[in-house]
Design a protein around this ligand. Structure first.
Ligand code: NI
Length: 164
């Protein structure tokens, strides 16, 4: 497995829209392994999108199981993910491996139903809540070229510099 290089804001490549995955082969599985290694190498990495390592394919990985006291599915590999139902809204703090110096408050749906394929091309469906739902929404945004910075209600009030 390899740890891949993460694009960092304001790199304009982060704003590109990713394409659907159509080929499910060994190469895809190897890339998913590398993407997961890259996520786990980052401090507090709970999610990553392929576009963050300059691969424009609709692939994200989320694993929030390291956070205490929340329910989750563990490791989620979402290929061609689609949010088919979203309910409620919740403000919460987000960070991003591509925006290392800041966190921000973002409004997200509280509960989502996601349909996706796994790395083998099998259709999967997940009901996600709270922090896991937030992470999935954040990562899917990356596939559409959006960062949490694009979702802040106010840059002045909702953006926070990380303590170094
Ligand atoms: Ni991110």
């Amino acid at each position: 497995m390899a740890v891949l290089k993460i694009l960092v804001y304001p790199d304009p490549r982060l704003a590109r829209v990713s394409q659907a995955v159509t080929v499910f082969d060994k190469e895809l599985c190897k890339f998913v392994d590398d993407l997961e290694a890259t996520m786990r190498a980052g401090p507090g990495g709970v999610g990553i999108a392929a576009s963050q390592v300059d691969v424009l394919q609709r692939i994200v990985i989320v694993d929030v199981s390291s956070k205490p006291k929340i329910s989750s599915h563990g490791r989620l590999v979402l290929v061609n993910p689609q949010i088919v139902v979203s309910e409620g809204s919740l403000v919460g703090r987000e960070g991003c491996m591509s925006v290392p110096d800041y966190t921000g408050n973002v409004v997200r749906a509280r509960t989502i139903q996601v349909v996706a394929q796994d790395e083998f091309g099998e259709r999967q469906e997940y009901l996600c809540e709270g922090y896991e739902a937030r992470a999935v929404q954040h990562e899917i945004d990356h596939l559409d070229g959006l960062l949490f910075l694009d979702r802040l209600v106010s840059r002045r009030r909702d953006l926070f510099r990380r303590k170094t």
